[in-house]
Design a protein around this ligand. Sequence first.
Ligand code: PNW
Length: 497
Amino acid sequence: MVFKVFSRGFSRRQLAKVAAGAALGLPAASARTGEKSVLLGSGQPRGAAGAGFPGGFLWGTATSAFQVEGAVNEDGRGPSIWDAFAHRPGAIVDRSNADRASDHYHRYKDDVALMKAMGARAYRFSIAWPRVFPDGGGEPNPKGLDFYNRLVDECLAHGITPFATLYHWDLPQALQDRVGGWESRDTAKAFGDYAGYVAARLSDRVTNFFTINECGRFVDAGYGGGPDAPGLKLSQDRVNQVRHHVALAHGLAVQAIRAHGRTGTKVGPAENIVVCVPAIETPDNIRAAEIATREMNAGYLTAILEGKYTSAFLAYAGANAPKFTAEDLKIISSPVDYVGINVYTPHYYVTAADDAHGFALLPLPASFPHTSSPWHKIDPAALYWAPRHVAKLWGPKAIYITENGTSSSDQPTADGQVYDLDRIMVLRSYLSQLQRATAEGVPVQGYFLWSLLDNFEWSDGLETRYGLYRVDFETLKRTPKLSVSFYREVIARNAVA
Ligand code: PNW
């Protein structure tokens, strides 16, 4: 049995009903095209029976400023730590840089149209701090914020809800030069001021903000000797202090948004939570994986959501523990409206252990499968356990999956198409596990697929492709990969397709 569903003239409530039908396991045709879906050949949705998401579930895509915008010298933008780093010989695997990237700065209208064509209802983008404050603080650059005014207006005109991330790694170079970047509390303070400035000007149209993207990545990879800007190799005590300042910056931004944003403005972190999967789903291992989640995220998420550093974290850090005050922890744990988590990969497999910690982390076999990015081990269960642990440990009002997706080799075939079947396989299996979580009542309200476009994948450069749309970096032409059809189908059915 296949229903024909036509989108024209549908109210939101009616569309929600279609979604509810999908939740009951009833196959619906594409609400976008009004045509029978080719993916419904068998008349049955794939995945678990009743593989629908809750009504009103928000489907979106995500990008970040430095990775897509280009236009690095336009309209008064100041340099960021990533500009200098991307031009450092040897820093970027494929020797590319992000001077032009996907040219989103000039093509944002086309890109919003691409989202609309998929039926996406939300866009998570980031604001480039050095566009708004070229010097990190002091004099704002109104032309910089204007870009985001235009982008937000374009989204709203197309029924796409904007979600703005305030920091996705492009620290103003001036702050790195002047005070040592995140090594200084001054940077946390400057971030709070910037957040307040943006909230005052955008919150009439942007209701949802995320503070900082992936503290867990950029602190260690940028300051601890990894592959990211600013490319420092600090000792562990200094890295821990950097992390503390980033947590403090998050809290100051939450407070600034409350102070300067319109009533009802919402805010939370967007963190690449360390994902702890029970090796085998026994009650003891599940409990152990919860304990492990709390400890393995102790330097940031746990501090934000509990207002303390766990005793195991402080004992483990020993003399390298960050220096902090009780007042700092109060700021860090300022109440948030939701928790955003980026989920790509399982980080640890956990079993129960009879020791003081209560959990053991198992070594990963060398044969564990991964995507075209070697760090990205594939286990769809990560997208079930990550939000479930967050809900169980901290009971937030809402959770967003702020990123999930995969790179893939993405070579066009002779017909010019990109049949990214590996990406579809990863997305389908991960989404089945997210559906399992929502069906059990884990309060996940939305999902942002990383990424709308091929873009500058940090130190991997332009040739590691995460987009739903392929970008030809010579012509900047966008071509939908097969996964666009897949995601459109998921959105239309509000179910795993
Ligand atoms: C995220 N890991 O990075 C970032 O937020 C994006 O900017 C990036 O393009 C995307 O994921 C794809 O890499 C991550 O090792 C990098 O677990 C590494 C990990 C996770 C996320």
